[in-house]
Design a protein around this ligand. Structure first.
Ligand SMILES: [Zn+2]
Length: 377
């Protein structure tokens, strides 16, 4: 057997009210001038103003220039805001987009050149060799789990191509995960982001890579998401359900350092070609892809059915997923969400090129992707 490395390094403060600990924590680190990196919409909402109210004693500036898919120019503008404020730390406050920009603001603020010269596959990739500003991550949605991830997805401004800065150095020094920050999320956002979290847990569990630690986390994350997703959508003020979803989201992202699968390859293609929300795209594909995956790992489907309390075992897991989608209000197939038949060739092309399906329980060819997309249309 080969030797494998495992690493779960992020410190996490989790629970209702955790946001109120941030000021004290920064002060204990000798930090005084945080730059909050957040998105445009969130910057105008009471939730940010309320959080800032807990940062008295610190000299706080806000960069609320993140919108849509985060771009390189947003990251560079954030770095400029960091320098202008003479900041000494970064607080990422938001969903996956804001957190991804927040992760790289520190690189662009302290290193030479353009942020795109730091993406992992740049032909002359620059090293991240200076110390990065202290980085605190605060999720305000429960889906991507970006707060515990070591990568940031940043799009090129002109081509919209998604590039990835990947380094353990962009990991948050500490996460303050406060489910109260998600209480005001609308039902459709709760549903789509929650389906993303559930998909991360399920796909990483199904991946054949050797990672028993992540398998354990993924299975428990699946259990927690399964018991609370519907409740979080139907009772937005239910703090217990909101807490469960925030935990399941972090567990999914920790688990998928193991790997993902073909559902994510399809979702990445749907995001690039049709601009579909990532969580919604996963939700629209997951039952079709998993039904096809079934024969490669029936025992694992049995475990999934068990933790989700699905009556009837492995074979009933995919039908349960379909019913779950309906219960959280995600209905209609790809066509109903604006995907056109003439986009299929491009979707297949991008899905094949995507790296996630390399750890799908069943190998996936272009013809397979074609069939899967057609079935989901
Ligand atoms: Zn995802």
């Amino acid at each position: 057997m080969s030797i494998t490395g495992f690493s779960f390094p992020t410190a996490i403060r989790f629970g209702a009210g955790a946001r109120k600990e941030v000021a004290k924590h920064l002060q204990s680190q000798g930090l005084k001038r945080p730059l909050i990196v957040t998105d445009k919409a969130l910057g105008a909402l009471p939730v940010l103003a309320e959080f800032k109210g807990h940062l008295s004693g610190l000299d706080v500036a806000v960069f609320a220039g993140v919108f849509g898919n985060p771009t390189a120019s947003q990251a560079m503008a954030g770095a400029q805001a960091y320098k202008d404020h003479k900041a000494d730390c970064v607080i990422g406050f938001g969903g996956g987009a804001a957190l991804d920009v927040a992760k790289v603001v520190g690189i662009a603020a302290t290193h030479e050149g353009h942020i795109l010269e730091y993406v992992w596959d740049h032909p002359k990739v620059r090293p991240i060799d200076k110390e990065l500003p202290y980085f605190v991550a605060m999720p305000t949605t429960s889906g991507t789990g970006s707060e515990v991830g070591r990568s940031a997805v940043i799009s090129e401004d002109d081509t919209h191509l998604k590039r990835i800065v990947f380094s353990p150095k962009v990991l948050a020094k500490i996460v303050f995960a406060d489910p109260e920050l998600t209480l005001a999320l609308p039902a459709n956002v709760t549903a789509a982001t929650g389906m993303d979290a559930l998909t991360h847990n399920i796909e990483s569990y199904l991946s054949p890579a050797y990672h028993p630690l992540c398998d354990g986390i993924a299975l428990e994350g699946t259990r927690i998401a399964a018991r609370s997703l519907v409740k979080a959508v139907q009772e937005p003020g239910n703090l217990e359900a909101r807490s469960d979803m925030m935990m399941a989201s972090m567990m999914g992202a920790i688990a998928f350092q193991k790997d993902l699968g073909a559902v994510h390859s399809c979702a990445h293609a749907l995001g690039a070609v049709c601009d579909l929300h990532h969580g919604l795209a996963n939700a629209l594909m997951i039952d079709t892809v998993l039904a096809w995956n079934y024969e490669a790992a029936p025992e694992k489907f049995d475990e999934l059915a068990h933790v989700c309390k699905v009556q009837g075992g492995a074979k009933e897991f995919v039908p349960w997923l379909r019913a779950l989608k309906a219960r959280v209000g995600i209905t209609g197939k790809l066509g109903a969400h604006g995907v056109k038949r003439d986009q299929l060739p491009r979707l297949v092309e991008i899905a094949v090129a995507d790296i996630c399906h390399q750890t799908n329980p069943r190998p996936v060819t272009a013809a397979d992707f074609q069939r899967l997309f057609e079935e989901a249309m």
